[in-house]
Design a protein around this ligand. Structure first.
Ligand SMILES: Nc1ncnc2c1ncn2[C@@H]1O[C@H](COP(=O)(O)OP(=O)(O)OP(=O)(O)O)[C@@H](O)[C@H]1O
Ligand SMILES: [Mg+2]
Length: 353
């Protein structure tokens, strides 16, 4: 059902925002079930509440909803919550699974009035299926083409009014016509440390982990604004607490555990630090090309570009410039070094302001 992005990266990436091998089950247990259980995203939550409540009052399925944002922020959870709040059934599929228009037609014709159809990674949907979706979203109708060549006929097929919920990590990759057919788009943002603290405490309760306030804060601060990472770090810290301590997670236990897993105070791992360190020490802060930087740390360019850089940029430590990558003053300081007098870059507000 889900074209698992796990395969794109090494397994056991403690700080990857993508789900790791075998993590789906525990994620299911930790998913919030109702809107008021869903931590953070106050804007999206309020907007969605209005969309759902008004549809409920009018007794019709709500407009189609698009959820966009980076991995691990709760798009799938929200899609399920939408169905739960509407008391509706949810059918789940994904863009890559809808290779042929026929796959989608089958899915659509099986819908019952009021159903929620969730298409994950909707930006990866194949063109013919996408075109079928236009009509389905607009008129609750599909045209099924029977036969080939000049003898082909198209048979119109009514489908039950439904609500499409699409999720995407790359809303920019969506075509205009598809994007325009959503009545509401929720833009998911990274979570604050306070919000992640709530996420971690909620998960600890569900997993029956004893966690004090300081321990929760310690984990939240290193989770890169991402609930999926926060939940994963919580489980790793729990392992440590059970094996090397009395099972309770407090600040000291969390710190000691995260040291073992090589996660530093800002949530940087070994590779992130290697990149920063090469940039600062070998290239005097840059600018240097990303390919050269990747060679310096012995990694693939794409890994540095797609796994390390987004977070380093967001954290205000690395800037991408036309001439190459540049370390900011914050990067020097994070490595315990004094930045050169003229720091090349002001990257504006960061995650940690
Ligand atoms: N607001 C939240 N409150 C509590 N837990 C959350 C929240 N958002 C996400 N989570 C937890 O984070 C994990 C990942 O969430 P989810 O699968 O919904 O993310 P996603 O945005 O769909 O990610 P992807 O883009 O990789 O599909 C889930 O286990 C869920 O329990
Ligand atoms: Mg998802």
């Amino acid at each position: 059902m889900h074209d698992d992005p796990v395969t794109e990266f090494e397994p056991e990436e403690t700080l990857s925002a993508l789900p790791q091998q075998g993590e789906r089950d525990v994620e299911g247990t930790l998913r919030p079930r109702r809107l008021d259980e869903f931590v953070g995203q106050p804007r999206v939550r309020e907007q969605l509440q209005l969309v759902l409540e008004s549809a409920r009052r009018r007794g019709v399925p709500p407009d189609h909803v698009l959820l966009s944002g980076p991995p691990g922020l709760g798009k799938t959870s929200l899609a399920m919550i939408i169905a739960a709040e509407l008391d509706a059934a949810i059918r789940i599929t994904s863009g890559p699974a809808l290779e042929r228009a026929g796959d989608l037609a089958a899915m659509l014709s099986n819908l019952v009035e009021g159903d929620v159809l969730f298409i994950d990674e909707i930006h990866r949907i194949a063109r013919p299926a996408e075109e079928m979706l236009y009509l389905a979203m607009e008129d609750f109708r599909v045209d099924v083409v029977v036969g080939k060549g000049p003898g082909a006929t198209s048979i119109p097929l009514e489908i039950a009014p439904f609500t499409l919920v699409g999720a995407t990590t790359r809303s920019g990759a969506l075509t205009g016509p598809l994007r325009d057919r959503f009545g509401f788009t929720g833009h998911m943002e990274f979570y604050s440390a306070e919000e992640l603290e709530l996420v971690v405490r909620r998960s600890a309760t569900i997993l029956d982990i004893t966690l004090d306030t300081d321990g929760a804060a310690e984990i939240a601060g290193r989770s890169r604004g991402t609930p999926r990472i926060a939940n994963r770090l919580l489980r790793r810290v729990r392992d440590y607490a059970e094996v090397r301590a009395d099972g309770t997670v407090d600040r000291d236990v969390a710190r000691a555990a995260l040291k073992v897993y090589d996660v530093d105070e800002l949530g940087l791992d070994r590779l992130d630090r290697a990149v920063l360190s090469a940039l600062v020490k070998s290239f005097n802060g840059g600018p240097v090309g990303v390919a050269t930087l990747a060679v310096a740390v012995g990694e693939e360019t794409t890994t540095v570009e797609e796994v390390c850089e987004p977070y380093l940029v967001r954290a205000g430590m690395l800037a991408r410039t036309p001439r190459g990558r540049v370390a900011t003053a914050l990067a020097w300081e994070h490595l315990g070094l004094t930045p050169p007098a003229a720091t090349p870059f002001d990257v504006g507000p960061t995650l940690f302001d």
